[in-house]
Write a protein that binds this ligand. Sequence first.
Ligand code: AMP
Ligand code: GLY
Length: 431
Amino acid sequence: MRILVIGSGGREHALVWSIAQSKLAKKIFCAPGNGGIARQAECIDIKAEDIPALLDFVKKEKIDFTIVGPEAPLSSGIVDEFNSRKLKIFGPQKKAAQLEASKVFAKELMAKYKVPTADFKVFDNAEEANKYIDKRGVPCVIKADGLAQGKGVVVARTIDEAKQAISSMMQEKIFGAAGNKIIIEDCLEGEEASILVFTDSKDVIPLASAQDHKRVFDNDQGPNTGGMGAYSPAPVVTQGLFKEILDKIIYRTIDGLAKEGIVYQGVLYAGVMITKDGPKALEFNVRFGDPETEAILPRMKSDLLEVMLATSENKLNKIKGLEWDNRSCVCVVCASGGYPGNYEKGKAISGLEEIDKMKDVVVFHSGTKQRKIYDVGQKTEIEYLTNGGRVLGVTGLGNNIKEAIDKTYQAVAKIHFDGMHYRRDIGRRAL
Ligand code: AMP
Ligand code: GLY
């Protein structure tokens, strides 16, 4: 099959890397891809949001199956566009993608179908939101309704912080129209986990559990990022808890959507807080997590492409369940100096060839690009340069979480670029 993967992050590199191992894949393209993805796929210069150009490419290149990585094209309706032209694509339609694109939609659906989640109120007026804060007090969590690249959630510990968040979302409009409405909800305490499932709306096949590290610094300090590392499995999610999360969060949500006339096809990702009163849904994503995917897919022994095809063809019942490597997997993100704030690009990355020689380690690229270096003998060499905030996801497998951590950090120690920083405690919580 001829495959197109849409996106340019570590998640897409992990998807491409995994699909490249499928006997069904003959040729893989990635739009726009990155320096590392170019090792397994032909990268094409089309942005993930440019749906007309992607459609043209798919027709011209006779692509058999398209896989969407990020949320933006999903919430703009790329799947609806492909479906109406009978082009095969993996991901939910626009209506289903509201689960991520509108937190108000997601919370109201959860309330209606009794999915356990933090108690909440919706506001479309800053003055009323402020009055409510005075009445209810803190801590509380303020969330912009729309997409805000993972930055639209503020856990407020003081009244000032809460009001500042309301003002920047609703009055300064730092996220544009995404802040027209906000949610104010109870602050939940506990351990977080990411539960991802494949579903075609009838059947559900879970992936292995994972845990993400959102804050930039060790011990969960500093601002939120897109994710600084992940590990799989998440030991906090025992078998009993996994089943409870599937029953109370995943099935109720998919069935609730179906009752609203919305068919969900693709990967559904629930961010869950394991509280002392049981698991509660924090949020939904309508796509694979990043960096969770980098920690999950190296453990997947089943053919990813086969499962994705079955999902999009409504034939998930033909898949007998997924096979997993029992070992643990850890992914440590190496980021540019300054990230998640401003950072420079174009720094040369060294050490990658040394990691190529290591067993059970793979480096997924996020923000990188290739540069060809021509020497006088006309031989070319490829150099990798930084090209984004999150640069690399160094990923290692071990017989247990400790071995996976050690292996991964041995590999991280070989990587260097100007300004590089990373967390030194990824996975430590699981020990
Ligand atoms: P989200 O962008 O919705 O994934 O939220 C980002 C992060 O904010 C989550 O991973 C949690 O760490 C935190 N968060 C979101 N909602 C709550 C809540 N109700 N209570 C405590 N923390 C929360
Ligand atoms: N790892 C969080 C996300 O993918 O949104």
